[in-house]
Design a protein. Structure first.
Length: 500
């Protein structure tokens, strides 16, 4: 007989990415008996880290948005985030350098200042148009936030309900309009159009195919500001691990789940690579959703796999970790160097004949805090097609390709004013193939499925699977990728499982 205070259910969480760790902490807080099983020897999944000599790097996220999602996790599992971690607003959101050489330093001090910065740098009607765009995106956020982001979503029903009950709101969301089209309508200045396009890639998507509702991404970034974790995102991973363990969760690394088993249609445990099993009343999968349904679930759910395969996988990323000697004058924490042919770049990343983009847009996150005295640690990221064979993918393990492309990326940076080629203590390369190996994400797709196509959000796997007892958490499930959404998915799954 269950006594008050007894753990309620045996829960196995498959994967210790941010979603898995957050779900583990929350569920253990509700006194469930939680075991996290992680295939790699490191925690954090895509939020990885790397050290060489006295240089330290985060290999995944570098920008924190919607910090309320982090605060919520820590307060709901015990003590506030401030007791374990320092979240700091960035001095400046980013420096953008457009292809014509124009530079905009975007402040992190509120929308008025941002509009002024765009106006001063771009002239024309840039400031006023940016402000109008922001106000419109704010309204869109108000419409979608509760029903589509913070609530469980399974299929198109909420969209249809909204269309029937509040047609004005549906016009606001405009699911038929692409982000590219919204940019063209909102801005005369092609540089602002290019600026908006980039936000599609925050969910691994093509702005020419993804819905205009992604305008809420820059809205959120500006409304709630850009943040960093003092000591790096790896400190967040450590703090989440510690919180989960403090609440009673067990975490096993270097332990791969090869099957999620069922009995009479209900989940009853997991089978590990060493042949042993872990019984469970509930399994929360932080593995990629397509892998879950196609390979892990025993027996697999082919109808779900067919549905998932209708969505385009998200793009991946090509990463350089640079140990840079000397200090760079006027260096910003986050810099975006836009390429000169956005469409060619999107074709290379998302088109059927994928290839490493030539003269790509380059994102640089640089700091002296994680480097030996007088040096800097640079994280460089370029959007890249996923690893694999067939349309839309390339073989990133082809001999020489990664090194050649690293040279190209460094040359593109040099051509746009950031030449560090003769100051490199070392360069480490991370390809989409490496990301696949490290995190089990097929092709190294960063966000599971992309938002390409107006139905993409409704094709995204729900947090509650059709198999009783099986739940999905993380970037390949609802509401999507990126730290805030992944943490929201953990909150949603915990609410669904509850105490019972
Ligand atoms: C280069 C890069 C830059 C990014 N930049 C940002 C950013 O600036 N801001 C932001 O918010 N987000 C960013 N992101 C996205 C963010 O990192 C991810 O959305 C988030 O970390 C994904 O978390 P997740 O819960 O989906 O788990 P994942 O990170 O996908 O982890 C899943 C875990 O499950 C494990 N696993 C899989 N299968 C099994 C199995 N069978 N058995 C046991 N374990 C298994 C994997 O090994 C992995 O550890 C970035 C990502 C990358 C790669």
């Amino acid at each position: 007989m269950e006594r008050p205070g007894d753990p309620v259910s045996r829960i196995v969480v498959v994967g210790a990415g941010l979603g898995g760790l957050a779900a583990a902490a929350r569920l253990a807080r509700l006194r469930h008996d939680v075991t996290v099983v992680e295939r790699s020897n490191a925690l954090g999944g895509k939020a990885g880290s790397f050290g060489r000599d006295a240089f330290r790097f985060d290999t995944g996220p570098s920008l924190i948005t919607l910090p309320a999602t982090i605060r919520d996790l820590f307060i709901k599992t015990g003590k506030p985030v401030e007791s374990v971690l320092e979240l700091r607003p960035l001095d400046q959101l980013a420096r953008y350098r457009f292809a014509d050489g124009t530079t905009v330093d975007v402040p992190n001090s509120g929308v008025h200042d941002v509009a002024v910065a765009f106006q001063d740098a771009l002239g024309g009607r840039a400031g006023a148009q940016w402000r109008r765009f922001y106000d419109r995106a704010e309204h869109t956020w108000e419409v979608v936030r509760t029903p589509f982001v913070e609530s469980a979503l399974d299929g198109p029903a909420p969209l249809l309900r909204l269309a029937a009950s509040r047609p004005r709101d549906i016009a606001q969301v405009a699911p038929w309009r692409t982000l590219r089209a919204l940019g063209r309508r909102s801005f005369d200045d092609p540089r602002l159009q290019v600026w908006l396009d980039r936000y599609a890639t925050y969910s691994g998507s093509d702005p020419r195919k993804s819905p205009s509702v992604l305008a809420v991404v820059p809205y959120v970034e500006h409304a709630f500001r850009g943040w960093e974790v003092v000591g790096g995102v790896r400190r967040l991973v450590d703090a989440m691990y510690e919180r989960a363990v403090d609440r009673g969760a067990r975490i096993r690394t270097s332990t791969e789940v090869v099957a999620i088993t069922t009995d009479a249609g209900r989940v009853n445990g997991v089978r590990l690579a060493d042949g042993t099993t872990l019984p469970a009343d509930i399994v929360v999968s932080n593995a990629d959703a397509t892998v879950l349904y196609a390979e892990l679930l025993d027996p697999p759910r082919r109808e779900v796999v067919r549905r998932l395969r209708r969505a385009t996988p998200s793009s991946s990323g090509f990463v350089l970790l640079l140990g840079v000697q000397g200090r760079t004058p006027d260096l910003r924490r986050h810099t975006v160097l836009f390429g000169d042919d956005p469409d060619a770049e999107f074709d290379a990343v998302f088109g059927s004949s994928a290839r490493p983009p030539e003269r790509p847009t380059v994102y640089v996150s640089a700091t002296a805090d994680d480097a030996p005295p007088g040096c800097e640690a640079w994280f460089v990221l370029v959007n890249a097609p996923r690893h694999g064979t067939g349309p839309g993918a390339i073989d990133w393990t082809e001999p020489g390709l990664a090194d050649r492309y690293a040279d190209d990326v460094l040359a593109a940076m040099a051509a746009r004013g950031l030449d560090v080629r003769d100051r490199l203590a070392f360069r480490e390369i991370g390809t989409p193939a490496d990301l696949e190996t490290a995190t089990g994400s097929p092709g190294g797709a960063i966000y599971g499925t992309s938002s390409n196509g107006w139905r993409a959000a409704t094709l995204r796997p729900a947090n509650r699977s059709p198999v009783p007892g099986l739940f999905l958490v993380g970037g390949s499930a609802h509401p999507g990728g990126g730290i805030p959404l992944v943490l929201m998915s953990a909150a949603l799954v915990t609410e669904m499982i509850g105490r019972a």
